[in-house]
Ligand binder design. Structure first.
Ligand SMILES: NC(=O)c1ccc[n+]([C@@H]2O[C@H](COP(=O)([O-])OP(=O)(O)OC[C@H]3O[C@@H](n4cnc5c(N)ncnc54)[C@H](OP(=O)(O)O)[C@@H]3O)[C@@H](O)[C@H]2O)c1
Length: 244
């Protein structure tokens, strides 16, 4: 099992990302916490302690990513673990087809991941070690009716991470895809009752357990693995009649 001295969490100002920062800091890891809301990052730093360094950053400012990564690397020394957790999921109504919302989800959930994980991959390939974790979702396992672009962004993220893994494993770099089911965070607070919903702390613990185990594609909680294995096999002509 790897032990991490340093980590970067991208999307760290609330929900799962905040819980990841807290747990890593508690384990003695020096963590760089990135997100747009500087005030929320300051709160996380105040509460999680002096292991946490904070950086206000918008992942859709793609051109600024290499300089931000260099700055964080210089502050941390080496980087053992990078978790791309930033994500958005605006509410989308039943018959709403809204390119602005779709664009926002692809911009953060997918392109932001590529903007960050390309330079991280190059760094870890050269270093011959490190762990990359992408927070995908069970939502990427099927194209469901509720939010087409969100499902697309997570399916594409899962495939991008698989390709990174196929590139990087020969260099001793671990790439882990984590697919949480519903988690109680600001993202889901207005969505009503969701199945098997878990607290952010439990999601973060599950993500870190998969990271340390080097899981290829891990569900959180693992009960989603048999459920999604069945859902993935449901034929399209049946699936489209369901409300899943
Ligand atoms: N909650 C669930 O049920 C669930 C299930 C499966 C997967 N996920 C995934 O888990 C991840 C975390 O979500 P969450 O539920 O914890 O929601 P959340 O509390 O809304 O957290 C989202 C995080 O992403 C950051 N972020 C959003 N846009 C950003 C941008 N342009 N630049 C930098 N950071 C940005 C936010 O920070 P700022 O707003 O401060 O920038 C925040 O820290 C997401 O990728 C989500 O898709 C969530």
């Amino acid at each position: 099992m790897p032990t991490y001295k340093t980590a970067i969490v991208i999307g760290a100002s609330s929900g799962i990302g905040e819980a990841l920062v807290r747990q890593l800091a508690k384990d003695g890891v020096t963590v760089a916490a990135l997100a747009r809301r500087a005030d929320e990052l300051e709160r996380v730093q105040r509460e999680a302690g002096d292991k946490v360094r904070i950086y206000a950053h918008d992942v859709t400012d793609y051109a600024s990513v290499p300089a931000m990564f260099d700055r964080v690397k210089a502050d941390l020394g080496e980087v053992d673990l990078v978790i791309y957790n930033a994500g958005v999921m605006p509410p989308v109504a039943e018959s709403e087809y809204n390119f602005e919302k779709d664009h926002a989800m692809i911009a953060v959930n997918l392109l932001g991941a590529m903007a960050w994980l390309n330079p991280v991959a190059a760094y870890m390939e050269a270093r011959r070690s490190g762990t990359i974790v992408g927070v995908s979702s069970v939502a990427g396992d099927r194209g469901r009716r509720g939010n087409p672009a969100y499902h697309t962004s997570k399916a594409a993220l899962t495939t991008y991470l698989e390709a990174l893994r196929n590139r990087l494993s020969r260099y001793g770099v671990t790439v882990v895809t984590v697919k949480p089911g519903p988690v109680a965070t600001p993202m889901t607070k207005d969505l009503g009752k969701l199945p098997l919903i878990i607290p952010a702390e439990q999601a973060a613990a599950g993500i870190l357990a998969h990271a340390r185990a080097g899981t290829v594609e891990g569900y959180v909680p693992v009960a989603w693995w048999p459920i999604m294995s069945v859902i993935q096999q449901v034929p399209s002509w049946i699936f489209r009649k369901t409300n899943i």
